[in-house]
Design a protein around this ligand. Structure first.
Ligand code: PDD
Length: 282
């Protein structure tokens, strides 16, 4: 395995950064998770656009251009000789001093890791996941804008811990007003009477790239999509519920807080959308 680190290709053992890196000390940085399907980087431009937008928003200067970043991605994949996998692209503020002033971290760290992906078994896509709602809240709109894909994932990690304690694979996070926001690392959709709903990003959802791809597929194949706020009640009584994300793709939910969703397995529209999504990437 070869890892890109600030212009060099190094082994996993040699891929290290300073303990003074503000990504480590303060979660000061941004990242992307990107899929590689059959040698193609899925939605490369969209991921890089989001990365550079996140960087601009937090005033983090990425030392290479977006075009150079794309070339470096391609080269890292080539060196790893993988056709299918998961790419983690991280840009941290870089090493500084112990104060949090980013002016003391003049040089960002760029890291690209390409790995094989171990995700849910195929059975989970057919039978769906059990999930619970958790008490951890997505703090919007007062704190960090959810559109920034920052290294501050403590909220999401607390959601994951609550999911683990409940013995389920993914959980549902609400925002501080009680509206459904997203999962720990996935966007959420519900379906009621043939209409597909997903929370608008201002409810505390990342502007997911898989989410956008699914909205586009819905429009193409003729499902009505509404981006509007909804509550847990709407989730409980939905005909179908699913999550979307780079790693998970489109994964059905069969149970939320002990309420069975639909028939208790992936419903027809979810299954159709997963099929259409896989057509895009195959
Ligand atoms: N997840 N919401 C959060 C909080 C996320 O971290 C992610 C991405 C998503 C889905 O976004 P996208 O479809 O752009 O991946 C939503 C990780 C990094 C992943 O799935 O790889």
């Amino acid at each position: 395995q070869v890892i890109y680190l600030n212009g060099k290709y190094v082994s996993k053992e040699d891929a290290t950064v300073s303990v003074y890196d503000h990504g480590f000390l303060y979660g000061d940085g941004i990242f992307e998770g990107i899929r590689l399907y059959n040698g193609n980087i899925f939605k490369c431009k969209e991921h890089l656009d989001r990365l550079y937008d996140s960087a601009k928003s937090i005033m983090l200067e990425i030392p290479i251009s977006q075009e150079e970043m794309q070339q470096v991605l391609v080269e890292t994949i080539r060196k790893n000789e993988l056709a299918n996998g998961y790419i983690r692209l991280v840009v941290s503020r870089g090493p500084g001093d112990l104060g949090l002033d980013p002016r003391r971290s003049p040089k960002a760290n760029i890291i690209i890791i390409v790995e094989q992906l171990s995700i849910y078994p195929e059975e989970a896509y057919i039978n769906g996941l059990k999930t619970v709602s958790v008490s951890t809240r997505r703090n919007v709109p007062d704190a960090l804008n959810p559109k920034i894909k920052s290294l501050n994932y403590l909220n999401n990690i607390l959601v994951k811990i609550q999911a683990n304690l409940a013995g389920v694979g993914e959980a549902i996070m609400l925002n501080s007003q009680g509206y459904v926001a997203e999962g720990s690392s996935d966007n959420i959709f519900i379906i009621k009477r043939g209409v597909v709903f997903t929370p608008p990003c201002y409810c505390g959802a990342l502007e997911g790239i898989t989410r956008a791809a699914i909205i586009e597929i819905c429009e193409k194949v003729g499902y009505k999509v509404k981006e509007e706020p909804f509550t847990l009640h709407d989730v409980y009584v939905a005909d179908e519920v699913f999550f979307t994300g780079t790693a998970a793709e489109v994964i059905a939910v069969r149970e939320v807080d002990a309420r069975t969703i639909g028939e208790g397995k992936a419903g027809p529209i979810t299954t159709h959308l997963l099929k259409e999504f896989r057509k895009l990437v195959d």
